[in-house]
Design a protein around this ligand. Structure first.
Ligand SMILES: *[C@@H]1O[C@H](CO)[C@@H](O)[C@H](O)[C@H]1NC(C)=O
Ligand SMILES: *[C@@H]1O[C@H](CO)[C@@H](O)[C@H](O)[C@H]1NC(C)=O
Ligand SMILES: *[C@@H]1O[C@H](CO)[C@@H](O)[C@H](O)[C@H]1NC(C)=O
Ligand SMILES: *[C@@H]1O[C@H](CO)[C@@H](O)[C@H](O)[C@H]1NC(C)=O
Ligand SMILES: *[C@@H]1O[C@H](CO)[C@@H](O)[C@H](O)[C@H]1NC(C)=O
Length: 358
């Protein structure tokens, strides 16, 4: 496992230090070197030895260079399993995951830059929804992306409100359940988010599930941390964008219920739903059996508050931890809004991303 992940480093370490010197020195010394009897004998012995070692050298070289041939390195990542990926990226049994299709890669990069600043990038695992994303990430940042088949058709998967988008987001609770069953603590983030501070100190206590509210109405700073009462539609507006889970029975129960709710209320043209209502119904139905924790609004505000109420932003200055660029649709609009608020880092700080400049 670690062997093939580090192959790129091995390759450069072995080949880069002395790229040309042996050949050059051989040319310089050729005339007096070749006609010396002792040296001829040594040369002859070396040739025999080389002939003997040839098959092994060939094998060695093919291993070294296999990473340079695209199909070969790609097929490796095709078979990279969730279990392998988790054991490679996790730290102290914890991982940070997101799920990304190709059109969202610029947002992924922006999100990653913000996580690097909080020094939590090493435990980030990107669940690639298509092969293009899987290969792109692992090429630049080996081991940090995994694809859980089947891959989605990336064209249909990114339009908010579409069936493709619903299908794509519907797999989220399944991925999270799978990770919990493998025994990891997991933080899920949408990639249209940025970290302004380290969220981990807020994940206090030992609750089963931590989440944030998506309502834009201002709450008192000392609001309760329990599941809020249902809103107008009979349900809560908890965001499925940022969730932290411990691998215990309660957290798994919520994920199973979420999967059930998605199956019970599939996407329809009339409703054009996303996965969030089902998540809220799952919370509603498991509330009695699960230890839930609502994170503070001042630290984890919805985009409907952060980008729309400057008075509130000023009042809560220094408290913000993760900002979600929601309550707006369309890539261009989201990017523009991030830029307007100084939260689009990829223009000037791409070197801070493990993916580099894309
Ligand atoms: C990938 O896994 C499948 C099934 O586990 C196997 O048939 C295939 O040979 C593997 N491919 C590579 C390149 O390892
Ligand atoms: C892992 O946990 C230990 C003890 O709780 C802590 O000291 C250490 O900093 C943690 N390491 C990481 C990488 O989070
Ligand atoms: C979404 O999933 C449903 C049920 O599995 C399937 O019939 C439909 O074709 C999928 N649609 C898209 C656009 O992915
Ligand atoms: C669950 O939703 C129903 C219907 O809106 C509501 O009456 C009930 O109070 C909710 N339960 C919890 C624990 O929020
Ligand atoms: C904006 O925030 C201020 C300060 O918290 C609050 O008093 C006001 O009601 C908010 N405005 C809206 C439209 O929510």
């Amino acid at each position: 496992m670690s062997n093939f992940l580090h192959q790129r480093q091995t390759y450069s370490a072995l080949t880069d230090p002395y790229p040309l010197s042996p050949r050059i020195s051989l040319n310089y010394q050729r005339s007096n070197f070749l006609f010396n009897k002792t040296n001829l004998f040594i040369l002859f012995s070396l040739l025999i030895l080389l002939g003997f070692l040839y098959p092994y050298l060939g094998f060695f070289a093919s291993n070294l260079f296999s990473n340079k041939t695209q199909p070969n390195s790609h097929s490796k990542w095709r078979n990279y399993s969730l279990k392998e990926a988790l054991s490679f990226v996790s730290q102290n049994g914890t991982v940070i995951v997101c799920a990304v299709s190709e059109p969202y890669v610029p947002f992924l990069n922006n999100w990653l830059i913000s996580i690097v600043r909080q020094k939590h990038q090493d435990k980030v695992l990107i669940i690639a929804e298509d092969y293009a994303t899987l290969f792109l990430v692992n090429e630049r940042w080996p081991g940090h992306a995994v694809l859980i088949p089947p891959a989605s058709d990336s064209q249909s998967a990114h339009k908010f409100g579409s069936q493709g988008f619903f299908n794509f987001t519907s797999r989220r609770p399944q991925h999270l359940l799978h990770i919990l069953e493998l025994g990891y603590n997991v933080m899920y983030n949408d990639v249209d988010m940025v970290w302004l501070a380290d969220p981990f100190p807020y994940l206090r206590g030992n609750h089963d599930i931590y989440f944030t509210d998506d309502i834009a109405a201002v709450k008192p700073l000392n609001h309760p941390h329990v599941l809020p009462p249902p809103g107008k539609k009979g349900r809560t507006y908890i965001c499925s964008c940022m969730i932290f889970l411990h691998p215990n029975t309660g957290a798994k129960l919520v994920m199973k219920k979420w999967i059930e709710e998605l199956e019970a209320q599939p996407w329809s043209k009339a409703k054009k739903s996303n996965d969030q209502p089902a998540f809220n119904w799952a919370l509603n139905k498991t509330a009695g059996q699960v230890d839930m924790y609502l994170l503070p609004q001042s630290a984890f505000p919805t985009g409907g508050l952060y980008f729309k109420n400057q008075t509130w932003v000023q009042e809560t200055k220094g408290m913000h931890v993760i900002i979600h660029n929601n309550y707006i649709t369309g890539f261009e609009k989201k990017i523009k809004r991030f830029r307007d608020f100084g939260l689009w880092f990829v223009d000037d700080h791409a070197t801070g991303s493990p993916l580099g400049n894309l």
